[in-house]
Design a protein around this ligand. Sequence first.
Ligand code: PHE
Length: 369
Amino acid sequence: MTDLTKLEADLSAAVAGAADLTALEAVRVAALGKSGSISELLKSLGGMSPDERREQGPRINGLRDRLQGAIAARKADLETAELDARLAAERVDLTLPAAPRRKGGVHPTMQVMDEMIAVFAEMGFSVAEGPDIETDFNNFTALNFPPKHPAREMHDTFFLPADESGERKVLRTHTSPVQVRVMHKTNEKLPSWIAAGQEPPIRVIVPGRTFRKDSDQTHTPMFHQIEGLVIDKNIHMGHLKWTLETFIARFFETDAVETRFRPHHFPFTEPSAEMDVKCDRSGGEVKIGQGEDWLEILGCGMVHPNVLRNCGLDPDVWQGFAFGCGVDRLGVLKYGMPDLRDMFASDVRWLDHYGFSAFQAPNQASGLS
Ligand code: PHE
C-alpha cells in the first residue's frame, strides 16, 4: 500500500520547488496525468473491497483536491512573477528622445491650424470651440437662413436621422454656428470646452471640422475651417479688411501675396464678401505669389443685424464682423500640395513628405513654418 502521507509530502515539495510553469506542469502530469501517481491510486479504488474503498476513497480524493489547489496557487504565483519579470525587462524609458527612424509627425492641417492660431492670438483673439454635430437652429436658423430656404441645401448638408422630438441634427456645414454659441445666452448644461454666452466686446477664433457632400481637387467631404468673430461698438469693414490682409501677410510670411475681395452673399452677413488669393495653378500644383489664377480662401462680412438679434444683442449698440476660412486650403497654398484630397488619404509617404516635426510648435517669435 502506498504511503499517502509520504506521497503528499513529496508532491507538495515538488510543487513548491517547481521553478517555472514548465516544471510545474511536469509535476502535475506526473501526479494527475493519465498514468500519474494519484490517477493510478484512483484507478486502484475499483479493485478494493467496499470497506477498504470507503476508507481509502476520501483519503485519495482529498489528496487529489489538495494537490490541485496547491498547483493552482503555485501557478498563479509563477505567472505573477513571470509578468513582473517581463515588465521589468521590457521597461521603456519615456524620458529618452524618440528614435529618429520611428518619429511621428504633425499633420499639415494641424500645423496650419496652429500657425493660424499663433497669428490671431498675437492680434488678441482667443480660441472658442463647438461640437461637430449641431442643431439646425445654430447651423442655420439663428444665422438668418429662412426656414425651408434653398440656402440650407446650398451647403450640401449631411442631415442626421430625426431624434425622438423629431429634430434633425446636422454635421455642421461651417464653423459659423459657434458664432451663435459664443454670443447666445444658453440654459443648456454644456461641457466646458463648448463656447457659450460671452458678453461683448468679443474677439474669438473658432478652429474646427466641418462637413459637406462635396469631393474634387479643391473639396473634401470633411474639411477644416477657422471662424473669426469680432463684436464691439463702431466696428466697420475697414477693421475686417485690415485684419484679414494682415493675417494673410503674416501667415504666408511675405507681403508679396496678393488678395482681392469679391462681393458675395451669405444670409448671416451684410455686406458679404469672399477673399481670393492670387496663385498659379498651371503646373498641376498650386503656387502662391505668382500666376494669374485666384483661389477662394474665405467668406466674410459684417454680422447681420438679425443674427445679433437672434443672439440677444442690440444691433443699434453692437456691430461686428465675421469670417470663415478654409484651413486645409491654406495649407495647400502655403505648402504647394497638388490635391486637397491627399490631405485625408492617410498615405504614409505623403504624410512623411508634408508632415511637420512635433518639436517645433509654430509661433511668431521663431517663425511659423
Ligand atoms: N460660413 C461661411 C462658409 O462656410 C463663411 C463665412 C463665415 C462667411 C463668416 C461670412 C462670415 O461658407
